[in-house]
Design a protein around this ligand. Sequence first.
Ligand SMILES: NC(=O)c1ccc[n+]([C@@H]2O[C@H](COP(=O)([O-])OP(=O)(O)OC[C@H]3O[C@@H](n4cnc5c(N)ncnc54)[C@H](O)[C@@H]3O)[C@@H](O)[C@H]2O)c1
Ligand SMILES: O=P(O)(O)OC[C@H](O)CO
Length: 363
Amino acid sequence: MAPSAETEYGDNVEVPDNKSRVTVVGSGNWGSVAAKLIASNTLKLSSFHDEVRMWVFEEVLPSGEKLSEVINQTNENVKYLPGIKLGRNVVAVPDLEHAVRDANMLVFVTPHQFMEGICSRLVGKIREDAEAISLIKGMEVKMEGPCMISTLITEQLGINCCVLMGANIANEIAVEKFSEATVGYRENKEIAEKWVRLFSTAYFMVSACQDVEGVELCGTLKNVVAIAAGFVDGLEMGNNTKARQLFLDTTMLSTFNFCLHLTVYMITFFESCGVADLITTCLGGRNRKCADAFARNGGKRSFDELESEMLQGQKLQGVSTAKEVYEVLRHRGWLELFPLFTTVHEICIGRLPPTAIVEYSQS
Ligand SMILES: NC(=O)c1ccc[n+]([C@@H]2O[C@H](COP(=O)([O-])OP(=O)(O)OC[C@H]3O[C@@H](n4cnc5c(N)ncnc54)[C@H](O)[C@@H]3O)[C@@H](O)[C@H]2O)c1
Ligand SMILES: O=P(O)(O)OC[C@H](O)CO
């Protein structure tokens, strides 16, 4: 779909367009930071168009204004990333189809529970030569088993999909504190390197790793571990217990990955998407924070309630991921092999008290 231009005779001719166009699908806390990172680079890299479109799930603010209009007027996502300028070349677009129409590089970054619906709306609406990357930490569970979000994108939209995960608390990257990230790719290293160039800045160091499943599973499962860490904090069990829990859980992560029979490499755990993300999430993430509050309230206030009170529209991924992991384990008859994951889910749904998070490992 090359753009056309009018000649002096009034004919429309196709103008070869070798520059890539980027659209960010999602505009939450991390989505907005991703748009900021990318927009700072498209201005510098001649192989990209300057403009970065960002799809906004439209909502009306308490002021009565539409979020997308306010973003375009102020250059700030006043709801999900207040106080941070995104870059003038970020354009908020509330119409999903319009947002992706011309893009050949699609960055998916929404809470994982919305992706199935978003993908079905995009079928037949994107460029055939589009490449995708998912920054989404989460999975879907189908009858046949777990389905990672990158696989959902590839299967529904028929396009290649890399992933980018890492120790990346969005608010820290927004104010340009140094961090690292990992791009997971399948075969095409050139595409992975293009994504690396698009995201890398002096304060955001990105490297590529040929292990999509490993990178994505690390990013996804650590959210369940973060819930466990939050329970331990909320119960005031101390750092020794938390460290023990984390160690136990890291081992569990590897085991879980291994058992899924995916091509997951041990080396991936030493990238930013592995142990580093596990640590940062268990120290400063939203999943940890809400699980801490849940345990302090003795499990009497639901995660939904705490999420809406504490996160102002941002979404937790760990609670639903715990449920999805539980479904996979139950389907395969592995519940007893993974007591940590099982226990986290059972605490989240109120079947067990928060104290069960340490009791299971003492028995
Ligand atoms: N925030 C972080 O620090 C961070 C860092 C790394 C990875 N991630 C991952 O990135 C993904 C997106 O996280 P985020 O922080 O950008 O989002 P978020 O938690 O800020 O979620 C809010 C977003 O969800 C959108 N939304 C609400 N209802 C919707 C609907 N029905 N359909 C579509 N969208 C809807 C909102 O408009 C908003 O853009 C998650 O998988 C998360 O785990 C987040
Ligand atoms: O705030 P959380 O718990 O969603 O975690 C954020 C990031 O995934 C940390 O890398």
